[in-house]
Design a protein around this ligand. Structure first.
Ligand code: ACO
Length: 329
């Protein structure tokens, strides 16, 4: 039997309309445009409307990706959605997206690997396609972090925004699409980045002195920063090696967009030129699982990556988790 590949047939994105600029944060916490620009590199981020939730954003990005792929909702056999901010425990966000799309022939489930989530979802969907189980899959990264952000905590609130990105995978007999993936987790370091669910430990309560709602993101920024730079470098090297590709042969690297300094640190360690690393963090901030697919969509829109070219998607996040995927368009 011929080998089956998971081709990227279409990409899409959705960003809520409302823009929060750095001047807004100067009015709510003790911060400045200068500090945020220098330490994080973010100028603006998007905020979902009060009645707009993760599944709404995810469905809109998915519709755009299906349109780009030239597929109808009924063609989709699998939907995997990555998020840390689904509006419900059940039904899952992916099932809500399925209903919104009318993708009645799909199996749908969610993945939580925080900011690495889209890469975990892409890796999972590509294995289903490569195994022959499904021909068409929809992979979505969607988050509404502004709904789980503590706007009294200046060390986190300036970082986060909302958005969704999606990709359609289809079975192909040509060697293309998702060529290799690397996933990793270190649950022992999980307490470096938390958002409480049904339980908040004493430590979690102490960490959120300003907030009555413990279901907001807390993190040890410096520890996550160091972990991020190291893992973005090692996960990129590992996936390239696995695919027999030299780093110098990559046409583009699309990293998770958490902080411009993290991206720059990883770029330097990988000895890549500036134009080989995609960065849009200044426009949207950290949207967790949505960053990588939105950046992928914008890289395609801007002609930064063309059919036949090779790129690496790489991310890190809560869990702790990390992941990379080497793909060819
Ligand atoms: N404005 C002004 N000052 C600030 C702000 C702010 N918004 N935030 C923090 N500071 C202050 C701190 O209080 C501290 O002051 P002090 O020296 O008086 O104590 C000073 O700035 C330096 O703080 P650091 O934490 O050392 O600043 P750093 O340069 O590390 O930047 C940041 C902080 C931006 C959070 C950085 O550590 C970072 O980006 N970490 C990684 C975050 C990340 O990538 N998370 C990803 C996962 S998110 C997810 O999975 C949902």
């Amino acid at each position: 039997m011929n080998e089956i590949y998971a081709k990227i047939a279409g990409v899409g994105k959705y960003l809520p309309e409302k823009v929060l600029d750095n001047a807004y944060f100067e009015t709510i916490v003790d911060t400045s445009d200068e500090w945020i620009t220098k330490r994080v590199g973010v100028k603006e981020r998007r905020m979902s409307a009060p009645d707009e939730y993760t599944s709404d954003l995810g469905a809109k990005a998915a519709e755009a990706a299906l349109k780009d792929a030239g597929l109808a909702a009924e063609d989709v056999e699998l939907i995997i959605l990555a998020s840390v901010s689904p509006e419900m425990y059940t039904p899952s966000c992916s099932c809500m997206v399925q209903a919104k799309l009318g993708a009645k022939n799909a199996a749908a489930f969610d993945i939580n690997a925080a900011c690495s989530g889209f890469i975990f979802a892409l890796a999972t969907a590509s294995l289903y396609i490569k195994s022959g189980a499904y021909k068409n899959a929809l992979v979505i990264g969607a988050d509404t972090l502004t709904k789980i952000t503590d706007y009294k905590d200046r060390s986190t609130c300036v970082l986060f925004g909302d958005g969704a990105g999606a990709a359609v995978l289809t079975a192909s007999d040509k060697k293309t699409g998702v060529l290799g993936t690397v996933l990793g987790s270190d649950g022992a370091q999980g307490n470096l980045l938390t958002c409480c669910g049904l339980k908040a430990s004493d430590e979690d309560i102490e960490r959120r002195p300003f907030s009555d709602n413990k279901r907001t993101i807390w993190m040890d920024g410096q520890a996550v920063f160091k972990f991020a730079v190291k893992t973005m470098e090692s996960a990129t090297i590992e996936v390239a090696k696995k695919c027999g590709v030299d780093i110098s042969e990559l046409d583009l690297v699309i990293p998770h967009q958490a902080n411009k300094r993290i991206i720059e640190g990883a770029r330097k360690r990988l000895k890549l030129e500036h134009d080989k690393v995609f960065c849009n963090v200044e426009k949207y901030g950290n949207m967790s699982a949505a960053c990588v697919p939105i950046a992928l969509c914008e890289a395609v829109e801007q002609g930064r990556i063309k059919p036949g070219e090779k790129l690496v998607l790489v991310g890190f996040g809560g869990g702790l988790t990390w992941g990379s995927a080497l793909i060819e368009l």
